[in-house]
Design a protein around this ligand. Sequence first.
Ligand SMILES: [Zn+2]
Length: 374
Amino acid sequence: MQVVRRGDDGPVVSEIRDKLGRLGLLSARLDSAGYDQAVEHAVREFQQDRGLRVDGVVGPETYRALDEARWQLGDRSLSYAVNHPYVGDDVAALQQRLLEMGFDPGRCDGRFGPQTEEALREFQRNVGLLTDGILGPTTLAALQRLRRTVTGGSASERREEEKLLRGSIAPAGRRVVLDPGHGGDDLGACAHDLAESDVAYDLATRIEGRLGALGIDTLLTRGPDSAPDDEDRARFANDTGADLLVSLHTDAALSAGPNGVATYYYGATLRGRHVRSVVGERLATLIQRELVARTDLLDCRTHPKAWTLLRLTRMPAVRVDAGYVTAAGDARRLADPEFRDTVAEAVVAAIQRLFLPEDRDIPTGQFRMPALTG
Ligand SMILES: [Zn+2]
């Protein structure tokens, strides 16, 4: 491929913008298109994270890395394809999780080779699944459930969990910061007579009331008309010493088709190592689960992102994109106060669950795990 740099335009540039957007490195702005300063900055950030040469230019190496980075665990099923091995961040995440549980997938190189297959079979054998060496939905679910109860994770992850569980086990006395997205002149996405900033603020106040009733101290990052930037919001949350932050947004797309709810938590690859907020991921999973169970919004799953707010906040933080204002069905739901109450209840239920001391959906001892290394 030719090298793409600042000032360039065309379909390749759109593709690069799209990929950076999916990685949370570039916000989707409808008013810009080319390889501008924001794209160059995002490319540099990406190169820095991946340990590539940092030049802000997309050559073959950066392009390949961008392509591999778009895959997240669960996006596709994985197996050992001899002629065309699966390569991507999802494979690296799988290898990482197998390693954490004491299996040996070889190097965490993001390439699904024979050793990764062998480790996956070994895992399947251990948990009583069909040993086909394929990471499909069943194996993925087992992998995600077990990892949480089995691994201690890194020191920083353990610290985060300890902090969450310290002191009283009841929700009362906790402090939660709610972050309604956008605000002021920034209306966020607007469609079907809805402004994202209004929906987000209204959801925040509905959640605030319910959390208050549980004795949880709840703070909002903004008033109905102010619009702090993400760094200000993160600083505010950090200064309050909150236990959690929940950011509220709605999604939007250029076409009317995309719809559904997704929840995001902090996760990134830094110099080849995957880092993530364990508690953030857990809260995101709980919120997503409650929302999908209580509404008929499409399940767009949970995803790790390195967005500014998620990155700069020191407490576990999640962002909920509760439906697309650009999708007629989602917009109709979002306009309905009863639906907003349901969304608020789902978020509150998830927070309550998170604060319960033992939220284990697998009885201890049901699965036989290999001896952990070390
Ligand atoms: Zn938004």
